[in-house]
Design a protein around this ligand. Structure first.
Ligand code: ADP
Length: 410
């Protein structure tokens, strides 16, 4: 029996998210989430296509203990760990060292850890996930798939900040971009679904989840993107401010007495949709509040929810328009992520801002999120507007399979 299961792990500072794909059957057979690690409330939830959601208390568990429990849950769910072929990890920051996914060895691990200064919350957690697997399955091949890798094709004019050049040379200060796996997946899907020439196409992809970024893809390559040195730059997000005047740190420190760290926290965790609305970071909640006639939502709350939505859409449209400078035209605009895939009103508002680009939504197709039209939600195919559900874990599984196979072939 050949091993056909690929385990995909997304290891965060206090969480471990996983999916198992059976590549022979071409389907996801197990998902699990360990949350609040290293606290008394640590919990593991998992599900398979057959079973409903199951939960286990794993109080105090660290990444290694949680991974052990996750494997036990997998086994109890009827999956044989002997069938595990390889493990693919989402790694947030590959810096300038990685422009593609790689098979993990000691040198690669050292490099991932050396890049920790670029993603101090994420890379050490990703490395911890890799070590947890190594401890339990020392012989299992592992692959790293980087959030930044797809954007390593950005030209210097797109990634260079207008700062003293020494900051780039000495400290790696530049635009890296994130959500690369998602932008890569949906752009390739759009090219296939629209039957575009793989060597000649111009796309803008908008990944709109809790974090949001847009990307200019020309001929299969990312040429520019809205997130920067960190995921704080660019679009308005759930709790992140996106682009602001860089003088604000100084101004706010003087006016409010907050420290640099406290202001950074506000910009990351208390801004964006949450900051403007004062109500929620969740787009669905804001859309409901903006349209609510219930007395539970006051008029000022309704107005603020609408303002948050309006700023979100305007800023996104502005970013999409500016990204067309990189592509030199537009064959398709692609929406993905929780908001991009599900919020028809947001797509309507954004495309309305961009109607001068020749974009025109098909109202019925947009309301059904393009599900009956292979994702097409516009009246025209040139340019097209598409809704394509992202499958980052799936692409990580594919990369993992390919790289493990390739190293056996050599
Ligand atoms: P993450 O970045 O954490 O993976 P998601 O991609 O799941 O997040 O996106 C979460 C966002 O998607 C939230 O703002 C949520 O409100 C929004 N969302 C999900 N479903 C809908 C919906 N039906 N209508 C509007 N927004 C939605």
């Amino acid at each position: 029996m050949t091993a056909s299961l690929i385990l995909v792990l997304n290891s965060g500072s206090s969480s471990l998210k996983s999916s198992v794909f059976d590549l022979q059957q071409n389907q996801e057979v197990f998902t699990a989430l360990a949350e609040r690690l290293l606290t008394p409330q640590a919990q593991l939830t998992w599900r398979t296509p057959e079973s409903g959601k199951q939960t286990l208390d794993i109080a105090g568990a660290d990444h290694t203990a949680a991974f052990g429990q996750l494997i036990a849950a997998m086994t109890n769910a009827g999956l044989n760990t002997n069938q595990l072929h390889a493990v693919g990890h989402r790694v947030v920051h590959g810096g300038e060292a990685f422009s593609a996914s790689v098979r993990i060895n000691d040198t690669i691990m050292n490099t991932i850890e050396q890049l920790a200064h670029l993603a101090p919350l994420h890379n050490p957690a990703n490395a911890e996930g890799i070590r947890a697997v190594q401890r339990l399955f020392p012989d299992l091949p592992q692959v790293a798939v980087f959030d930044t890798a797809f954007h390593q094709s950005l030209p210097p004019a797109a990634y260079t900040y207008a700062l003293p050049y020494a900051y780039y040379k000495d400290h790696g200060v530049r635009r890296y971009g994130f959500h690369g796996t998602s932008h890569r997946y949906v752009s390739a899907e759009a090219v296939a679904r629209l039957d575009l020439d793989p060597e000649s196409h111009r796309l803008i992809t908008a990944h709109l989840g809790n974090g949001c970024s847009a990307c200019a893809v020309k001929n299969g390559q990312s040429l520019d993107t809205t997130m920067g040195m960190t995921p704080l730059e660019g679009l308005v997000m759930g709790t992140r401010c996106g682009d602001i005047d860089p003088s604000l740190h100084d101004f706010l420190a003087q006016r409010t007495g907050l420290s640099l760290g406290e202001i950074t926290h506000v910009l990351n965790k208390e801004s964006g949709l949450l900051g403007i609305s004062g109500l929620s970071n969740d787009m669905r909640t804001l859309m409901e509040a903006a349209e609510s006639t219930s007395a539970e939502i006051t008029e000022p709350q309704r107005a603020r929810a609408q303002l948050a939505i309006d700023v979100f859409c305007y800023r996104l449209a502005k970013a999409i328009a500016s990204l067309t400078v990189a592509t030199g035209g537009l064959d398709a605009l692609v929406f993905t992520g929780g908001i991009g895939e599900n919020a028809a009103n947001i797509r309507t508002q954004v495309v309305h801002h961009l109607s001068w680009l020749g974009l025109n939504l098909d109202v019925t197709a947009n309301l059904s999120h393009g599900r009956d039209q292979m994702g097409l939600v516009s009246t025209t195919r040139e340019p097209a507007v598409m809704v394509i559900p992202t499958r980052e874990e799936w692409l990580i599984a594919q990369d993992t399979q390919r790289l493990v196979q390739a190293s056996w072939d050599h």
